[in-house]
Design a protein around this ligand. Structure first.
Ligand code: HEM
Length: 403
């Protein structure tokens, strides 16, 4: 047994497959007894209290996203999520403007509402369906590419590149073939974005990509536009699909709030925040220590890796009384850290919220008596699952079809 295993016995017993199934009892114990704990299985420090997670995420000088081993920058090149300081701010600025909540609502609410309507119309009359693949995933991927302004006819090709890039981002075994395929997909996707930018130079439109590429005060070189655009698509697909799925699941587990929500749609925005708090779609944010420091009295060495456990911070009872309860009226639900905080606060949070509000209100209205299919397999697949990304693997549902 190593010294660290002796000093952090709870962390030493953590297993990723347990966290994937139900992380919360483990996080509660860590919060109480080892708030900064060494987890041998991942060789990382886990930080679970909300106050400590805030301290780390706000202090980009001591805790950076930049890492020489990053699979993200190895695949995409330098982009927002691999940089801190002035260069991060420079690359983020034009993107941040394009994703302002008011701009998104003004330019994209109608398009997202139409998309939601078309998706629901494709299955509503059937009385049953699998809502992750038929609703949550298409809503997320078509919205994120649509807001960027990429033509829908490219979507099938984008999904092929997406899979190759996703494999490279998860290439922990450092397989050279997987790496090369991911980088080739980035080059091909980059060429497509280049062609699109050339069209926009002649025929500008109101898309996010056009606003970013032609920003008068914050011009970005094409390489940075391409890398950050691909990052944006990756940031906006599985995360948002998981948020939609987790929220549907939370509603189906809680019949009383569901009745209230159907009667009063104005409760939906806070219910969505509560769902984000209760089941964080992205459970962790990784940081690298830049200089020797201490956190909660624990000495951290330069180069060590911290996992800020957003999902644990969201259930910290110091800030959220009765934190385990799903309460759509919770006054401070929106204080959750599911979009992180500090310089890397999620760029797409306003888009995720817009999709959530438009998508879920239409779904509840169109599918009366929505319920999970009543069998053990449906229940298992619907239960949110995963340690870093967490959402239902499938939502096999039924409802009363309209006459
Ligand atoms: C519910 C859905 C979403 C969740 C839970 C989520 C979560 C997060 C989190 C936790 C971070 C911070 C990562 C870190 O600090 O290490 C982040 C950053 C980011 N997200 Fe999201 N995200 C969501 C939706 C989206 C959408 C729809 C987009 C695209 C429009 C997007 C694009 C990004 C980008 C580009 C960053 C990097 C920002 C930066 O480094 O400055 N996300 N997201």
């Amino acid at each position: 047994m190593t010294d660290r295993a002796r000093l952090f016995p709870l962390g030493d017993r953590i297993r990723l497959d347990h966290l994937a199934r139900d992380p919360y009892p483990h996080y509660r114990l860590l919060q109480q007894r080892e708030p900064v704990s060494w987890v041998g299985e991942t060789q990382q420090w886990f930080v679970t209290r909300r106050a400590d997670v805030l301290e780390v995420l706000y202090d980009a000088e001591t805790y950076t996203v930049a890492s020489p081993q990053s699979l993200l920058s190895d695949t995409l090149g330098e982009m927002m999520l691999s940089l801190d300081g002035a260069e991060h701010r420079r690359q983020r600025a034009p993107f941040a403007e394009a994703y302002q909540p008011r701009r998104l609502r003004r330019l994209h609410s109608d398009g997202i509402r139409d998309l939601v309507g078309r998706l629901i119309a494709s299955f509503a009359a059937r009385g049953e369906g699998e809502l992750m693949s038929e609703f949550c995933d298409p809503l997320a991927i078509i919205s994120v590419t649509g807001v960027l302004g990429l033509p829908l006819s490219d979507l099938d090709q984008i999904l092929v590149w997406y899979d190759d890039i996703a494999a490279a981002l998860a290439n922990f075994k450092r397989d050279e073939t997987v790496r090369a395929r991911g980088q080739a997909a980035v080059r091909a996707f980059g060429a497509e974005i280049h062609a699109h930018l050339q069209r926009l130079a002649i025929e500008p439109d109101e898309s996010a990509l056009c606003a970013i590429a032609q920003h008068p005060q914050h011009p970005l070189e094409e390489e940075a536009i391409v890398a950050n655009t691909i990052l944006t698509i990756f940031g906006g697909r599985e995360t948002t699909a998981a948020m939609l799925g987790n929220t549907i699941w939370a509603f189906l587990q809680h019949p009383e709030p569901l009745v209230e929500l159907r009667a009063d749609g104005s409760l939906l925005p806070n219910a969505l925040e509560e769902s984000l708090r209760w089941e964080a779609p992205v459970q962790t944010a990784t940081r690298h220590v830049t200089q020797p420091t201490t956190l909660q009295g624990v000495a951290l060495e330069r180069g060590e890796v911290l996992q800020c456990i957003l999902a644990a911070a969201n259930r910290d009872s110091v800030h959220f009384p009765a934190a385990e309860r799903f309460d759509i009226h919770r006054a401070n639900a929106a204080d959750h850290l599911s979009f992180a905080i500090g310089p890397h606060y999620c760029l797409g949070a306003p888009l995720a919220r817009l999709e959530g509000q438009l998508g879920l209100s239409a779904l509840l209205e169109a599918l009366p008596n929505l319920r999970l299919r009543e069998d053990a397999e449906a229940a298992t697949l619907a239960h949110p699952y995963g340690h870093e990304f967490r959402g239902p693997r499938a939502l096999h549902c039924c409802w009363d079809p309209a006459d």
